[in-house]
Design a protein around this ligand. Structure first.
Ligand SMILES: C[S@@+](CC[C@H](N)C(=O)[O-])C[C@H]1O[C@@H](n2cnc3c(N)ncnc32)[C@H](O)[C@@H]1O
Length: 241
């Protein structure tokens, strides 16, 4: 059994529950999509021809869908370990041409043969933290190899705080976000109250410090490496080939 099959994401319904709760439970989800769209427009809007996009751990395809809204000609490949999530992505993107979905785990991708095409923009959202640091580094290396020159990588993801004091506060900040969003949505009761505990207790979550991930990108050869946005443990970072 592969790593993905051992994870909660291989269980029926786990993905559905994530999709249903994401707008409340994920800090600044819409904002992070806006930041990515701005980055995309800034780097790619002026280019001739179609942009080849790869969405790693695409889930229900929300990120590709949002990038499609920029109107920039885009040919997208969406990859996920879960067939269930890929079906949701196909449903969300059914109005668009130039969409290809593929079932593969990150481990299979790193191992080599699942994807051999080159891309202009490789993105991921809230998925790479399911890899340990060694696997993250291997995936970043794979991403670099698959990017065309001047291509970009951008990852929306959760990270580990630099120390326990900050980690503790970031959990409080997250709880405050959820309380605010619940109020706005008119949601009462204890629903979402255990979000942080479930995040911490989930063995599939393997967040690493942001500086280690930025260093890994730099060591591989990425330019313009930076954290483009941060709110507690929620970050957006990346670089250019
Ligand atoms: C939290 S969801 C994020 C989905 C989507 N990118 C979003 O932002 O809504 C994480 C996704 O990563 C996928 N995933 C988790 N571990 C994986 C692995 N080892 N290989 C491939 N996909 C994986 C899950 O199936 C799921 O669709």
């Amino acid at each position: 059994m592969g790593q993905f099959e051992k994870s909660h994401w291989a269980e029926p319904d786990f993905g559905r529950k994530f999709v249903e709760s994401a707008d409340i439970a994920i800090i600044e989800r819409k904002r992070s999509h806006s930041v990515m769209k701005s980055f995309f427009r800034h780097h790619f809007m002026h280019k001739d021809g179609r942009i080849d996009l790869l969405d790693l751990g695409c889930g229900d395809g929300i990120l590709t869908y949002e990038l499609k809204q920029t109107g920039c000609p885009l040919s997208a490949t969406l990859v996920d370990g879960s067939e269930e999530m890929l079906r949701k992505a196909e449903e969300r993107l059914k109005a668009y041409k130039d969409i290809r979905t593929m079932r593969a785990s990150f481990q299979e991708i790193i191992a080599g043969n699942a994807l051999t095409q080159d891309f202009d923009f490789i993105v991921s959202s809230l998925a790479i933290h399911h890899l340990d640091l060694k696997e993250k580094r291997e995936l970043f290396g794979w991403v670099y190899a698959r990017l065309r020159n001047n291509g970009c990588f951008m990852n929306i993801d959760v990270v580990l705080a630099p120390n326990e004091v900050l980690e503790e506060w970031y959990m409080v900040l997250w709880q405050e976000w959820i309380t605010e969003k619940k109020k706005e949505a008119g949601i009462t009761g204890d629903i979402y109250g255990d979000t942080m505990k479930r995040y911490k207790d989930n063995r599939d979550n393997k967040p690493d410090r942001l500086d280690l991930q930025l260093d890994a990108l730099k060591a591989i050869g990425f330019r313009n490496v930076d954290c483009y946005y941060k709110y507690g443990i929620f970050t957006i970072y990346g670089g250019k080939k």
